[in-house]
Design a protein around this ligand. Structure first.
Ligand code: IPM
Ligand code: MG
Length: 368
């Protein structure tokens, strides 16, 4: 068996800093667990635009298609705000998602015990929270045609199109039901079937897939606006939530904040199995490039490290090692280590990005 291969696209802003800490963990696996990854690196986002005039070069796209897993840091920054839409840093990320056909975006929102006080909600509402949002990632209003800014009479009109085919809904519903089987067996599907035809079809197809192949799963449906309200009212009522691209973007940010810090949340974007049986996959933190703190050693590397843990679990079938990394993160948090974003109102001294990474490596060592 060849070594598993990883393409690192650190991107912009804090991306390179947090990814440097993941590299330490990858090296640790080579040195201490006898699992060596073939790691290559390339550019995405603003840094790719600076170099090539496009946010994702064709060669980089080809490399991403060829590896077992892509690890991405973050893209974007104020420097690129006024670029034409077609070459904005975000387009690089969207091209990866679309061309790799990464239709199932897994966004866990888990509240670490040591951080339950950090949530803007009451501790008892979020303590022990562990939900999984499955966001459709390759269709819907992000990609639907027609789109653009057109002229109608004497004014302009901005148009985007929400569009879902039955097969697109079918496959992401299956991904959610499969996950729910490994969790508590509950799925809540969210759309706006009260106002959108695409929502009516979404609800119908999810129900049909359920009735045909997943009758053991408890399925419920909710309008997405009510879902947003329920997420902040009583988030623990949910286990797996499945929803479309745009609602998933919004609901996952809300769910993220329930846990206290955006700096903690990983994600996996998965597609169909490749010839070697592994799914096409890209792993990235939910947070963005945070240009305001970039280059200062303040960023929290945990979301990116936990994204690598998801790679171990979903791409490399190394669930025990994934749990080992997650446990190491819990250990350093329980020991009181905090990056600046994790300091509460009572303050304290933050550790740097690198110190946090080193502490997690030390906790991994101690786990052997
Ligand atoms: C996300 C981000 C992206 C999205 C941006 C950066 C294109 O908000 O991954 O949630 O809207 O999907
Ligand atoms: Mg988002």
């Amino acid at each position: 068996m060849p070594n598993p291969s990883i393409l690192i696209l650190a991107g912009d802003g804090i991306g390179p800093e947090v990814m440097a800490e993941v590299s330490k963990i990858i090296d640790w696996f080579g040195a201490k667990r006898g699992v060596s990854f073939d790691v290559s690196e390339d550019l995405v986002g603003g840094c790719a635009y600076d170099r090539h005039g496009v946010p994702l070069h064709d060669d980089t796209m080809a490399k991403a298609q060829a590896v077992d897993a892509v690890l991405l840091g973050a893209v974007g920054g104020p420097k690129y705000d006024n670029l034409d839409f077609s070459v904005k840093p975000e387009r690089g990320l969207l091209r990866l998602r679309k061309e790799m056909d990464l239709f199932a975006n897994l966004r866990p929102a888990q509240c670490f015990d040591a951080l339950a006080d950090f949530s803007s909600l009451k501790k008892e509402v979020v303590a022990g929270l562990d939900i999984m949002i499955v966001r459709e990632l390759t269709s819907g209003i992000y990609f639907g045609e027609p789109r653009g800014i057109f002229t109608e009479g004497n004014e302009r009109v901005g148009i985007n199109t929400q569009r879902y085919t039955e097969s697109e809904i079918d496959r992401v519903a299956r991904a959610a039901f499969e996950l729910a089987r490994k969790r508590s067996g509950r799925v809540c599907s969210m759309e706006k079937a009260n106002v959108m035809e695409s929502g009516v079809l979404w609800r119908e197809v999810v129900q049909k897939v359920h009735d045909a192949d997943y009758p053991d799963i408890a399925l419920s449906h909710m309008y997405a606006d009510n879902g947003a309200m329920q997420l902040v009212r009583n988030p623990k009522q949910f286990d797996v939530i499945v929803t479309d691209n745009l609602f998933g973007d919004i609901l996952s940010d809300a769910a993220a904040m329930l846990t206290g810090s955006l700096g903690m949340l990983p994600s996996a974007s998965l597609g169909a199995p490749m010839a070697n049986g592994r799914p096409k996959a890209l792993y990235e933190p939910v947070h963005g490039s945070a240009p305001d703190i970039a280059g200062q050693g303040k960023a929290n590397p945990i979301a990116t490290i936990l994204s690598f843990a998801m790679a171990l679990r979903y791409s490399f079938d190394m669930g025990e090692d994934a749990a080992r990394v997650e446990q190491a993160v819990e250990t350093v948090l329980a020991n009181g280590l905090r990056t600046a974003d994790l300091l509460g109102p009572e303050g304290g001294t933050p550790v740097s990005t690198a110190q946090m990474g080193d502490a997690i490596v030390a906790a991994l060592d101690a786990s052997l």
